[in-house]
Structure formats: structure tokens, C-alpha cells
Design a protein around this ligand. Structure first.
Ligand code: GLN
Ligand code: ZN
Length: 702
């Protein structure tokens, strides 16, 4: 056995496959076209390819158990047998938890810290009996060995796993102890325990307790505790009191002063960012390693959040390619830095977010309401969030048809979407977004300053991937983007058609953004482009314009002390995008979430005339005193994430609940989110009930 931790490693690697092989295998398996053996064979091949590639690139320490068929948090739940009873009898409990079955809805899914990756939230109740089930880490360990690789199993740490259920920590630690001992018995030297919770406020006491206990075990592997997505300074003293052998720190967020408490132990310096696609500056990286006293070099976090390789991107401009690094290229950077070693030098200045952005305003709400009266909307107006079902045929047309035929196809689809809404009796119509592959990518393709990749897929959840655009230069809007189809849709109906734009914060959140300018500044440039689009939509006769900001919460800094400054500039960017609108133009916004109190305050500050939010699943957690209710509000009454059709009475009940906190004159009726993943049959049935419910209530409140 070697004494020291390897000089170079990565905390994790993409797993969807360089050509999304896992996506195809999963979807084949779910549809019954592939059997389980074929799915497992795809997984085995992807793992083997990853280890071989990392080894070829010269990486010294290879991780294992970073592969997942769906989600690594779900894998962690399985490893401690935290499987709710109702899933145990399903033919495939793992995918039943991930995706639900006809009888049982799936476990909840939410965003992984401040990333755009979604994980399955383990369901932990008083009856959850933790038990070690180390099959997967052991199997991957053996699989790697059979290929000639000695690996470091990676486990999700117990504190991050439990999050809000820390009262069960001791029970859980019993199971973790057993897993660690099983790995030790299999000859494992190091285990990596991922604890991103170390960078969030308040994690310290549980971390101290957990790692004291785990480190006190007899016959265990050496423990490397990995923190990432921020600066772990605050929690490091709590970890340092436990005799763990090593710590991995994300140095892209600065060098924690408390790292000195780990002197003499393994310090893995995460200097190559796992969150962006930019090449690292070698001198800066070496200076960070020196300042941290790092003994090994790594990525800041798992490379899960970046695409596989630039080799699949011959279409990117050469001048840009030389500034980029995807996962493979980042591994090469780690290897090169480990060979060069640390070298003292100037450290990068910490980007300070100043809240100095001035916030632009429209006229007071009351004046706008008066100016919008001629829209003649009924009480409890019914609308949707924008997209209608994206049929496979439309997606095929996008890649296959020549422009003129494609345009005719889009026009025909808009006709259909308008007709459907007229027939259903909706009050504010949408064009359905059939021309958009994705609400961010579509805008990126039409703005200067963005590049789009051919194969730069990043896992969003399960088999779902996105291809984030690369925002690499100054942003400008060479021509109107959405006006043509909005205008066309409006020409087909006497009802108002809502123009549909993606907001500046969301465009930036779902792109890989140039690192050489403050995010705030880049977002303002995008806001200017959106502002021009708002003007052009108005000039084309569109009276209602929705600017979506579903990612507003996602960029919220993990540390509370940084949140206010972020919200200030995010709000300023939104208002820059929308404040050019005339009083008579009704501005809507949509957010997919409504549960963070700090975000609720920001909703008020956005000053939109109407805000639609998710509420069908989370319930309407709004209080009458909340300023977010001072203008129009549309709490979602139809959960579009599920095929379930809400009944009329159910919608009436939800609306009555909403009417307890929202005056009837300001309540809107709408689904939770866009309809693009649903079928027309589902949408028709659900919206018919939503309209019927609104009509029923209109009579009683008038
Ligand atoms: N307008 C978009 C749609 O309806 C909004 C999507 C979202 O909030 N993520 O699809
Ligand atoms: Zn949404």
C-alpha cells in the first residue's frame, strides 16, 4: 500500500456518456425495448471507458462509485437502505423512486446546491431503518480492479445526505461505519466522503460529531472529506478536530485560512473549476496551491457539471476553443499542475459583488393598472406559462426541414395552439413556443456573444441533459428574436397574446459565462438585449409580455451574507429588461419556485404586473402581509410535472384558498409551469377543468 494520497485526482466525472449512451440505454430500458442486462452493460462500458481515459491522461488517483444510473444521492439512499416501504414491492424499486410508477408518485427532486443538476431527495421518516448495503461501491471497486485500476470509492457524506434530518445522524453513522469497514476489508486505502454542506452556513456541529465518530472506527480506510461549491473556512475547524487523514477544498472560492489546521495531513487543492468550461490560468492555480499548502491537485468539484470533451466541437471558433476546457481537458490541466507543483505568486482578487447597480422603475402600479384597463380582462383571468406540448414531430422538423418548410410547420403549429386555447376558453393566449428547442438556447442562438456546442451535453437529472450555451464575448441583439411569431399568433385571435421572453438572470444562470467580467455586468448586457426585445414586441402590438426568471433562486449564493447583494443586482437586471415598457403594457414574470422567503421579497422588488409561481405541489405558502401579493399573482393550480389531471373541484378549492390571501381582482389562474413535456390529451383535459373552475368561481365572487 502506498503511504501518500496520489498527487493528482478529480472528485468525480460525467457519466451520461460522451454520446449520451446512458440516456439512450435508460430510455430503451424504460420503454421495454432494452432488458436490464443491456442497460447494465452500457453502464459497465461507460465506467471502463472513463477509468481508461483518466489513466491514459496520466491522472494518478482514479475515483470509483461516481457512476450512477440515475442520481448519486439516490445511490446513497440505496447504500443505507433508505427505501420507503411503498417502493419496495415495485418491479424496480430504484427507478420507481426516481420516476414513480402508475400507482406511486416518484420521490421529490430538487436542485443540487447552486447548480442546475437535480437530485432525488431521500425520504427519511421516523420509520426509516438505516442499514449498510455496500454492493455498488464494492462492485465498482472490483470492476476497476479487474481492469487493472486501484480506485478511491466516493460516497456522499452522511451530513450532506441527511440535510434536514440530522436528528437521525447517529443511526445513519452506524450504517456508514459498516460501509467503511466493508471497503476496508476489501483492501481500500482511501475513501472520499463528499460534504458540500461544509460551505453552507451552520453545518459545523454535525460535521464535528460525524467525523469524530467515523474517524474513531477501528479497521477503516483513510478518509478524505471533500467540500465544494464554496469556501469551507467556517466549518473547517469542526472537521479538523476529527482525525480524518485528508481534506479536499474548492480553492476557486479562495484559500480558507483555517486550512492551516490540517498541516501535516493530505490537502487536496481543487484549483481546476468543475463548474465552468474555461481553461485555468496556470500561474494563478499554482499560487493557490502554494497558499493552501496543497499536497495534491484536483478539480474544485466533480466534473459532472461540464461536458466530456472539446474534441466533439469542430464547429466552435478557433479563438474560443483555445480558451476552453471541458472534462477531459480539465483532467489534463490537473495532471500538468501536479507535475509543475505549487509556486508562490499573486493570488486572484476575490470578485466583490457591489450592490451599486441603480434600479430602474416604471410608473407606480396603480397608474399601470389604469393604463392596462382596456385589455378588458375578466375576473380571475386564465392563462398558461408559455409552452404547449413539444411533439416529437416538431423536434424532428427542427433538425430535418429546410427553412421555408420549417417556418410553415411552425406557423401551422401556432394556428393549432391558438385554436386549442380559443376552444378551451382561455383569456390570455400564448403562441406555444414551438420554435424553441430550449428557453435559453433559443435566445443564445439569436444573440451575439454566445456560442452553442454540438455535443456539449451536461446531465440535468436522470436521462435529461442540457447543452448550456457559452457566453464568451459582449452580448448584443443583432435583430428582433421573438417578434415574428408573437405577431403571427396575435394576428390569429382577438384575445390578447402574451409575448414570451427569457429573463437575463435565467439566460446567464443556464449558460457557461465568461470569467473575465463580473457576472452582474454580463447579466446587465443580456438585460439590455431583452429590453430591446420588449420594445420591439410592444411596437408590434403585443400588449402583454412575460419575462421568465425560473433561475432567479438557483443563483442565490449559498451563504446568507452574500444573498442580499446578489438579489439586488438580479432584481436590477430584471428591471433593466422590463422597465422600458409603457404603462399600458402588462409585464408578467414566471418563477418555478416560491419557497425561499428571500426570493419572495425579491418577487416584490421585480415589480412585475403579474407573477406566476409554482404552488400546486408546495401549497401556497404566502401570507396576506406579503408584498409579493401587492400586484397580480398566479399561484399554479395544475402540477404539470405529473400526468395527473386535476379535477374541477380540486382547482376550485385551491383558488378559494388563494382568495383568502389574494384579492379577487388580482388573482390569476394558471398551471405551475410550461406545458411542453405533457401530451395534448393531458393538457386539454387539465385546462378544461381549470377554465371550468375559474368560471365557477367568477360567479360567486362577483
Ligand atoms: N415559458 C416557459 C415555458 O412555458 C417557462 C419555462 C420555465 O419556467 N422553466 O416553457
Ligand atoms: Zn416554470
Amino acid at each position: 500500500m502506498t503511504e501518500r494520497f496520489p498527487i493528482s485526482t478529480v472528485l468525480g466525472y460525467p457519466r451520461i456518456g460522451p454520446d449520451r449512451e446512458l440516456k439512450r440505454a435508460l430510455e430503451g430500458y424504460w420503454s421495454g425495448r432494452l432488458d436490464r442486462a443491456a442497460l447494465d452493460e452500457t453502464g459497465r462500458r461507460l465506467r471502463a471507458d472513463t477509468w481508461r481515459r483518466l489513466h491514459e491522461l496520466g491522472l494518478a488517483g482514479l475515483p470509483s462509485n461516481t457512476f450512477s444510473l440515475y442520481d448519486h444521492v439516490l445511490d446513497a439512499a440505496v447504500a443505507v437502505d433508505a427505501i420507503p416501504d411503498r417502493f419496495r414491492d415495485a418491479p424496480d424499486p430504484y427507478f420507481a423512486m426516481a420516476r414513480g410508477t402508475d400507482d406511486v408518485p416518484a420521490l421529490r427532486m430538487t436542485k443540487w446546491f447552486d447548480t442546475n443538476y437535480h437530485y432525488i431527495v431521500p425520504e427519511i421518516g421516523p420509520r426509516t431503518r438505516f442499514r449498510a448495503v455496500a454492493d455498488k461501491p464494492l462492485a465498482e471497486l472490483r470492476e476497476a480492479r479487474a481492469l487493472g485500476h486501484e480506485t478511491r470509492p466516493v460516497l456522499l457524506g452522511p451530513v450532506t445526505f441527511l440535510q434536514d434530518h440530522l436528528h437521525r445522524l447517529d443511526d445513519l453513522l452506524d450504517a456508514y461505519a459498516e460501509i467503511l469497514q466493508a471497503l476496508h476489508a476489501a483492501g481500500v486505502e482511501w475513501v472520499q466522503l463528499d460534504e458540500p454542506v461544509l460551505v453552507v452556513d451552520g453545518g459545523a456541529p454535525a460535521v464535528r460529531h460525524a467525523y469524530r465518530r467515523l474517524a474513531a472506527l477501528e479497521r477503516r480506510p483513510k478518509l478524505l472529506v471533500a467540500s465544494y461549491f464554496g469556501n469551507a473556512d467556517e466549518a473547517l475547524p469542526a472537521l479538523a478536530v476529527a482525525p480524518v487523514e485528508g481534506v479536499a477544498v474548492d480553492l476557486t472560492h479562495g484559500v480558507p485560512a483555517n486550512l492551516k489546521l490540517f498541516e501535516g495531513r493530505t490537502i487536496v487543492g481543487g484549483v481546476v473549476s468543475g463548474r465552468n468550461v474555461w481553461r485555468s490560468d496556470q500561474d494563478t492555480a499554482r499560487a493557490l496551491l502554494a497558499a493552501a499548502g496543497a499536497t495534491s491537485v484536483s478539480t474544485s468539484c466533480s466534473l459532472l457539471h461540464v461536458p466530456y470533451t472539446l474534441r466533439g466541437e469542430p464547429g466552435l471558433p478557433a479563438g474560443l476553443v483555445s480558451r476552453l476546457a471541458f472534462a477531459e481537458e480539465k483532467v489534463a490541466e490537473v495532471v500538468a499542475l501536479a507535475e509543475l507543483g505549487p509556486k508562490p505568486g499573486p493570488l486572484p482578487e476575490r470578485p466583490r459583488t457591489t450592490a451599486g447597480t441603480s434600479t430602474e422603475s416604471r410608473s407606480p402600479y396603480a397608474i399601470r393598472v389604469a393604463a392596462q384597463a382596456d385589455l378588458n380582462l375578466p375576473l380571475l383571468p386564465v392563462t398558461t406559462i408559455g409552452s404547449f406540448p413539444q411533439t416529437a414531430e416538431i423536434r424532428r422538423a427542427r433538425v430535418q426541414l429546410p427553412t421555408a418548410e420549417y417556418d410553415a410547420r411552425i406557423a401551422a403549429e401556432i394556428d393549432r395552439v391558438v385554436d386549442e386555447q380559443e376552444a378551451l376558453g382561455l383569456d390570455v393566449l400564448v403562441h406555444g413556443e414551438p420554435e424553441r428547442n430550449d428557453m435559453v438556447q433559443y435566445f443564445a442562438e439569436h444573440l451575439d456573444g454566445f456560442a452553442v456546442t454540438r455535443n456539449g451535453w451536461v446531465q440535468s437529472y436522470g436521462s435529461r441533459c442540457t447543452r448550456p450555451p457559452i457566453l464568451h464575448a459582449d452580448v448584443a441583439r443583432p435583430a428582433p428574436i421573438t417578434v415574428r411569431w408573437a405577431k403571427y399568433a396575435q394576428s390569429r385571435t382577438a384575445k390578447p397574446v402574451k409575448g414570451m421572453l427569457t429573463g437575463p438572470v435565467t439566460i446567464v444562470a443556464w449558460s457557461f459565462v465568461r470569467p473575465d467580467r463580473p457576472l452582474r455586468e454580463v447579466t446587465m448586457q443580456v438585460a439590455d438585449a431583452v429590453r430591446e426585445e420588449v420594445r420591439d414586441l410592444e411596437a408590434a402590438g403585443i400588449r402583454i409580455i412575460q419575462v421568465d426568471e425560473p433561475a432567479l433562486r438557483e443563483l442565490l449564493p449559498l451563504r446568507r451574507e452574500e444573498q442580499a447583494a446578489y438579489l439586488a443586482w438580479a432584481v436590477a437586471a430584471y428591471r433593466r429588461a422590463t422597465s422600458g415598457a409603457a404603462d399600458a403594457t402588462q409585464i408578467h414574470t414566471h418563477l418555478c419556485y416560491s419557497d425561499a422567503p428571500s426570493v419572495l421579497a425579491a418577487i416584490d422588488a421585480l415589480d412585475a404586473d403579474v407573477t406566476s409561481i409554482e404552488a400546486a405541489r408546495s401549497g401556497l405558502g404566502l401570507k396576506p402581509t406579503n408584498d409579493a401579493l401587492a400586484r397580480g399573482v398566479g399561484p399554479g393550480v395544475y402540477d404539470i410535472h405529473s400526468p395527473r389531471i386535476p379535477g374541477v373541484d380540486e382547482v376550485v378549492k385551491r383558488l378559494r384558498g388563494a382568495l383568502e390571501v389574494i384579492p379577487a381582482g388580482r388573482l390569476w389562474v394558471n398551471p405551475d409551469c410550461g406545458l411542453k413535456t405533457r401530451t395534448y390529451d393531458e393538457v386539454r383535459a387539465a385546462l378544461a377543468n381549470v377554465v371550468a373552475a375559474a368560471h365557477k368561481l367568477r360567479e360567486s365572487v362577483q
